[in-house]
Design a protein around this ligand. Structure first.
Ligand SMILES: [Zn+2]
Length: 227
């Protein structure tokens, strides 16, 4: 094995020992069960480590990550994660988390060719095209991060529209869907105020989230162009 990989095993042993020293019996307890309250749907980007940036330990956060944090209607991988999280683990919150300066969103915004992944990023381009009038009105330097937020909004709505979440709401199970964005520049999470708690909520949550998002970006636009 290369030295690089040996280093990872060394770090792993250190981490396991430190965790067990801090909390004796930690791993034995985790063997029995996992009871996460949250499902995190985030970008695969290495700079956005889900557990670490919200300070949660193993067992506390159920995680699904892909390029540009998408929830595609027919993605059996993501849908299976949601189904297990909602039906078996009974998570109370599903959080779609985008991040500033996302390479996938940038590639989609700028029609950059990167290979097979372009087909995946078509879903982000669909979001871009859905909001093309708004994005065109923004200064060029703002468009990628604005599309990051629009993408979170659309993917959060997609989560709400899954049969799994719809069925959970119908039987009275408490599941709240959220949209957040993470700032690579400051390490901080921001709540985009797209919060849905029932089927009846979805339309209003989307409209409210979209209106607030547009207002925020128009304010940033005013700062950039100095009006
Ligand atoms: Zn990303």
């Amino acid at each position: 094995m290369t030295d690089d990989l040996q280093e990872l095993f060394g770090k792993n042993r250190d981490w396991a020992a430190a965790t067990e020293a801090r909390e004796p019996g930690f791993f034995t307890r985790l063997l029995q069960q996992q009871t996460p309250q949250y499902l995190w749907i985030g970008c695969a980007d290495s700079r956005v480590p889900a557990n670490e940036l919200v300070g949660l330990l193993p067992g506390e956060l159920f995680v699904h990550r892909n390029v540009a944090n998408l929830l595609v209607h027919s993605d059996l991988n993501a849908l299976s994660v949601i189904q297990y999280a909602v039906d078996a683990l009974q998570v109370r919150h599903i959080i779609v988390v985008g991040h500033s300066n996302c390479g996938g969103v940038r590639a989609a915004m700028e029609n950059r060719r990167a290979g097979l992944v372009d087909n995946w990023l078509r879903h982000v381009q669909d979001v871009r095209d859905l909001h093309d009038g708004f994005l065109a009105g923004l200064h060029e330097s703002l468009r990628v991060d604005a599309l990051v937020e629009l993408n979170v909004l659309e993917q959060a709505r997609n989560v709400c529209r899954t049969t799994v979440v719809g069925d959970a709401w119908q039987r009275g199970q408490s599941v709240v869907v959220h949209g957040w964005v993470y700032g690579l520049h400051n390490g901080l999470l921001e709540d985009l105020q797209i919060t849905a708690t029932s089927l009846d909520d979805v339309g209003l949550a989307y409209d409210t989230g979209l209106a607030q998002l547009k207002q925020r970006w128009r304010q940033r636009q005013a700062q950039v162009v100095g009006v």
